[in-house]
Design a binder for this molecule. Structure first.
Ligand code: 6PG
Length: 467
């Protein structure tokens, strides 16, 4: 049965999610660290005709006291220490069977720790990834839930009814215990970083290599958004590039400092990939590019030390479009490889097809590819690899020459394309039946007597350099 719902944290995302919950007809108790915000929110909800089932409280204590058990309390607060502090304040107020839901972006290792701590006290804990920004929270986010099945059944109806819909199916699901939901969200963000970087590199080639204006490039992205690249990120990139700064009259992007922020989810994806013995090099390129972008002063110095001009490029829009598509496919594929590896390691049994389905609407990385990705995971995947599925192998085969041309031309002309080049490096490696790690094994044996596996299957062999 559904629990009584409460929400703590009426910032941008918390208010938007609250209005969404109220609009779907659920009763909701709310409060906020600064209680004056509660009244403002009540006025906003009343203005939208949604205050009928809204109960505001001045403190967590008053809110919990006003809620009939079992309670489910959603935390919409900054991730990190504030979550631990709130859990500490909240648990003495709760009764057995109550649930705490962390709906922020949390490191899944931390969510596992919090789940164990909270559940040891007799409560249930849910780590829930929520994607889609403010608009998603208000009108339908994509939601990735981790926690016990019992905890999930207590909130399932509300989560499914506030979620984005794809073909009228809710874009929300339960992916496993403790940290599973937050991990799925983390990988979503890793892919988000990669896709944003691929788009930014493609913009860079058109701007600096083809000499186009931002608004011309915006028009290209707008056109692409009507084809195979259809996606939220391409759509908003078109809008961003077509926008003009009111004050200066310049393209809006030209008045923005070229240093990207990051709150950690991309980094967590990479850290976990490496921990699991994987490499998601396109996602890593996205994280790396953000880190380098923040070294603005060093890059200004670098532009003087190595002042080779960026060459004008000859590239067709069709090649750029195909290269971006293949890069995007590789970044999704790498995200799913990490999900699979983590699911095995932590015994989550994550259903990748369901993940793809939940990402089809509401979230930041939604794109027309995700429905095909879900189908691919339901079908035959040679070696478990998305890139070898019939549909995606075809996309890649068709786009390979374009990606190769784009990366070659860009590299020859001095244009940085770390993410596109990473996608090409990954694909070229994954189609080399025999690679070059024999030499690495020989080197390891030479200097460290590490031994190697012989091609005839014998293990722990040593090279003639030890005879
Ligand atoms: C989403 C987004 C969002 C996230 C920022 C984080 O799915 O709605 O991923 O949850 O907070 O986009 O990214 P930064 O590290 O770039 O701040």
């Amino acid at each position: 049965d559904s629990a009584t719902l409460g929400l703590y944290g009426l910032g941008t995302m918390g208010s938007a999610l609250s209005l969404n919950i109220l609009e779907k007809g659920f009763a909701l108790h709310v409060t906020n660290l600064r209680p004056e915000v509660v009244g403002e929110f009540q006025a906003e909800a009343a203005g939208a005709g949604l205050a009928g089932k809204l109960h505001g409280a001045d403190s967590l204590k008053d809110m919990v006291a006003a809620m009939a058990p079992p309670r489910a309390i959603i935390l919409m607060i900054p991730s990190g220490d504030p979550v631990d502090e709130t859990i500490k304040k909240l648990t003495p107020l709760l009764a057995k069977g109550d649930t705490i839901i962390d709906a922020g972006n949390a490191d899944f290792h931390v969510t596992r720790r919090r789940t164990a701590e909270v559940e040891a006290l007799g409560f249930t804990y849910i780590g829930m990834g929520v994607s889609g920004g403010e608009d998603g929270a208000r009108h339908g986010p994509s939601m990735m839930v981790g926690g016990s099945p019992a905890a999930w059944s207590g909130i399932r109806s509300v989560v499914e009814s506030i979620a984005a819909k794809f073909n009228s199916e809710p874009c929300a699901d339960h992916f496993g215990p403790d940290g599973a939901g937050h991990f799925v969200k983390t990988v979503h963000n890793g892919i988000e970083y990669a896709d944003m970087q691929l788009i930014a590199e493609t913009y860079g080639l058109m701007r600096n290599g083809l000499g186009r204006t931002p608004s011309e490039i915006g028009d290209v992205f707008e056109r692409w958004n009507a084809g195979v690249l259809e996606s939220y990120l391409v759509e908003i990139t078109a809008k961003v590039l077509q926008a003009t700064d009111k004050q200066s009259g310049q393209p809006a992007v030209d008045v923005i400092v070229d240093a990207a922020g990051q709150k950690g989810t991309g980094r967590w994806t990479i850290i976990e990939a490496v921990r699991l013995g994987q490499s998601a090099n396109v996602i890593e390129a996205g994280v790396a590019a953000r880190a380098w972008s923040s070294e603005g002063k060093a890059r200004v110095a670098g532009s003087e030390v190595f002042d080779t001009p960026l060459e004008t490029l000859e590239l067709s829009d069709a090649d750029l479009e195909a290269a971006l598509l293949v890069g995007r496919i590789v970044s999704y594929a790498q995200g799913f490889r990490i999900l699979n590896a983590a699911s095995d390691e932590y015994h989550w049994s994550i259903d990748c097809a369901r993940v793809a389905e939940v990402w089809r609407a509401g979230c930041i990385i939604r794109s027309s590819l995700l429905d095909d990705i879900a189908s691919a995971f339901r079908g035959d995947l040679p070696e478990g690899q998305l890139i070898f599925s019939e549909t995606f192998a075809k996309f890649i085969r068709d786009g390979f020459p374009a990606l190769r041309r784009v990366v070659s031309v860009a590299v020859a002309g001095g244009h940085p394309v770390p993410a596109l080049a990473s996608a090409l490096g990954f694909l070229d490696t994954m189609r080399a039946a025999r690679g070059t790690a024999d030499v690495i094994q020989a080197q390891r044996d030479f200097f460290g007597h590490h031994g190697f596996e012989h091609i005839d299957g014998r293990r722990d062999q040593h090279g003639p350099w030890w005879d």
